[in-house]
Ligand binder design. Structure first.
Ligand SMILES: Cc1cc2nc3c(=O)[nH]c(=O)nc-3n(C[C@H](O)[C@H](O)[C@H](O)COP(=O)(O)OP(=O)(O)OC[C@H]3O[C@@H](n4cnc5c(N)ncnc54)[C@H](O)[C@@H]3O)c2cc1C
Length: 452
C-alpha cells in the first residue's frame, strides 16, 4: 500500500525548499492512480534529489518519490542491454553491471542519481565529446502520461515524445522503466594521465588537443587565482584499463568495486565557512597536490569518476543558506567569452571552489537537452556571497550573447525571459506538452518559476 506523507523538499543546493504531499512507496498502479487524481497543483517525479535547484519539488502538490521503484528486470552481458525501473540509482546499477563486464554508458559527477533523473535531465559525463549524453544510450522507456496510460516510447517509434522526455525535466510524464545499452569493459580500473596546465589558455589548448585521445576527460580549474595564474588547472583524462595493464595483485579481481567512504559531513549551523579566503586556500592545495605530470596512473572508478561520493552529505558544508551551481555551455569559437567570464569571477572573488571545465561534442535531438558542441564550465557558489545575483545575471547575458545556455538541472535562479533564447526549441516543447498534457498535470516549482 503506497503511503502519502507531507514533506519539505529541496534540491542538492538546499535553497528554496517547498512542501508537498509525497507518495513514498509507489507502484506503477499507484502512480497511475495518483496521476489520475492529481489536484490542481499537479504532480512531479523525484529521484535522488541531486538536481541543485527546484525541478523535483512541487509546492502544494504531489511528488512521487521514485527511489523505491528500483528493480533490475534483466541485464544481458551479451547484448549489453538492461531493463530497469526508473527509480534505481546509477550507483546500484553500476555495482550490478560491473561483475558482468558492463559499464553505465554515461555517468555524471555523482553516482547518486536515478535512471529517471538521468533521462529527465539528459545528463552528460566526462565522455560527452565522444559518446553523447545519457538518453542517446536509452533504447526505450515506459512513460506514464497525463491520460494515466503507460506507453513504451522509443527514439524511432515516437521520436518527438522521446526527445521531449529526454531533458524534459519530468514534464512529459513519469518514466517508470527504461532499457539502456551499456558499454563493455574488461576492468573496473582507469588508466589515467594527470597533469597541470599553468593558465586558462593552456588548459583550453590541452583539452582541444586531447579530444580524440581520451574517452574521459575533465579539467578542474582555479577561478580564484589572478594574473598569470588565472585559470590554472589540473587535467584528469583516461580510459578503462585493459586486463593486462593491471598490476598482478589487482588482476585477480579486475572488476571489483570497493568505494571508499570518507565519512559524513555533520550539519554546519553557520554559513560562511567557504569564503574568498578559504576558497583560495582550498584551490591552492588542490593544485599543489596534483602531479605536474603523471601518466598511466591506475585508479579505481570511484576515485576517477566520483571523488566526492565518498563524503556523505558534503553539501552541508555550505551551511543553512545553501549554495548554487551555475553551469553554462558556449559554442566553440566563443573562447573570449569563456575567458571574460573567468576573469569576472576571479575579479569578483566569489568563492568558487569546485570548478569544472569540459568540452562537449555535438548535441542531440532533445528539445531541452543541455549539451551542445562547445565549452562547458560548472561552478559552485555559496548563496550568501555578496553581489552574487548581480554577478550571475550579468554573466547569463554574456552566455546568451555568445549563443550559449544554462543547464536546467543545475539552475535555481535564472530569469525566465532568457530561456527561450537559450533553448530555441522551447516553443516546440511547450506545444508538444500542451498536446499530451493539456491540463498541466505534470508540474514542478521549476516549471512554474521558468514558465516551462
Ligand atoms: C555532485 C553532483 C555532480 C553532478 N554532476 C553532473 C554531471 O557531471 N553531469 C550532469 O549532467 N549532471 C550532473 N549532476 C546533476 C544530476 O545528474 C541531475 O540533476 C540528475 O537529474 C539528478 O538525478 P536525480 O535522480 O537525483 O533526480 P532529481 O534531482 O530528483 O530530479 C531531477 C529531474 O528529474 C525528474 N525525474 C526524476 N525521476 C523521474 C522519473 N522517473 N520520470 C520522469 N522524470 C523524473 C524530476 O522531475 C526532475 O525534473 C550532478 C549533481 C550533483 C549533486
Amino acid at each position: 500500500m503506497s503511503e502519502i506523507v507531507v514533506r519539505a523538499l529541496s534540491g542538492w543546493g538546499r535553497t528554496a525548499p517547498s512542501t508537498a504531499r509525497v507518495l513514498t512507496d509507489p507502484t506503477p498502479a499507484s502512480i497511475q492512480q495518483a496521476v489520475r487524481d492529481a489536484g490542481e497543483r499537479g504532480v512531479i517525479a523525484r529521484g535522488l534529489g541531486r538536481s541543485y535547484g527546484d525541478p523535483a519539488q512541487n509546492a502544494g502538490g504531489l511528488v512521487i518519490d521514485m527511489t523505491r521503484l528500483n528493480r533490475i528486470h534483466c541485464i544481458d552481458a551479451g547484448s549489453g542491454l538492461a531493463t530497469v525501473d526508473a527509480g534505481i540509482s546509477l550507483d546500484a546499477l553500476m555495482q550490478a553491471a560491473l561483475p558482468l563486464g558492463l559499464w553505465v554508458p554515461v555517468l555524471p559527477g555523482t553516482r547518486q542519481v536515478t535512471v529517471g533523473g538521468a533521462i529527465a535531465a539528459d545528463i552528460h559525463g566526462k565522455n560527452h565529446h565522444l559518446h553523447g549524453s545519457f538518453s542517446q544510450h536509452v533504447r526505450s522507456l515506459d512513460l506514464l502520461t497525463a491520460d494515466g496510460e503507460i506507453r513504451t516510447v522509443t527514439p524511432h517509434g515516437e521520436p518527438d515524445l522521446f526527445w521531449a522526455t529526454a531533458g524534459g525535466m519530468g514534464l512529459t510524464g513519469i518514466v517508470t522503466q527504461a532499457t539502456i545499452r551499456f558499454k563493455k569493459v574488461e576492468t573496473a580500473r582507469i588508466k589515467a594521465d594527470i597533469w597541470r596546465a599553468p593558465d586558462l589558455d593552456g588548459v583550453m589548448a590541452e583539452l582541444a588537443a586531447t579530444d580524440d585521445k581520451y574517452p574521459y576527460t575533465v579539467a578542474w580549474i582555479d577561478c580564484l587565482s589572478t594574473g598569470r595564474n588565472l585559470g590554472r588547472s589540473v587535467l584528469t583524462c583516461g580510459d578503462f584499463a585493459k586486463l593486462d595493464e593491471l598490476p598482478a595483485k589487482v588482476r585477480r579481481e579486475p572488476r571489483k568495486f570497493a568505494p571508499l567512504s570518507l565519512g559524513t559531513v555533520p550539519s554546519v549551523p553557520v554559513s560562511g565557512l567557504l569564503n574568498k579566503m578559504t576558497g583560495r586556500v582550498f584551490n591552492e592545495m588542490w593544485f599543489r597536490k596534483a602531479p605536474v605530470r603523471k601518466e598511466g596512473v591506475i585508479q579505481g572508478v570511484g576515485a576517477f569518476f566520483h571523488p566526492l561520493d565518498g563524503i556523505m552529505d558534503w553539501n552541508r558544508i555550505y551551511g543553512p543558506s545553501g549554495f548554487l551551481q551555475w553551469q553554462f555551455v558556449v559554442p566553440f569559437g566563443a573562447e573570449d567569452t569563456l575567458r571574460q567570464i573567468v576573469e569576472r569571477i576571479s575579479a569578483h572573488g566569489a568563492p568558487a571552489a569546485l570548478t569544472v571545465l569540459k568540452r562537449f561534442g555535438a548535441g542531440n535531438s532533445g528539445y531541452l537537452s543541455f549539451p551542445t558542441a562547445g565549452w562547458t564550465l560548472a561552478l559552485d557558489f555559496p548563496t550568501n556571497t555578496a553581489g552574487l545575483a548581480e554577478l550571475l545575471d550579468g554573466l547569463d547575458e554574456k552566455v546568451l550573447e555568445a549563443g550559449g545556455r544554462l543547464y536546467l538541472a543545475k539552475d535555481s535562479r535564472m530569469r525566465p525571459e532568457l530561456l527561450a533564447e537559450m533553448y530555441p526549441r522551447l516553443e516546440a516543447f511547450r506545444k508538444l506538452r500542451a498536446e499530451i498534457d493539456p491540463h498541466q498535470v505534470f508540474m514542478s516549482d521549476q516549471a512554474r518559476r521558468l514558465h516551462l
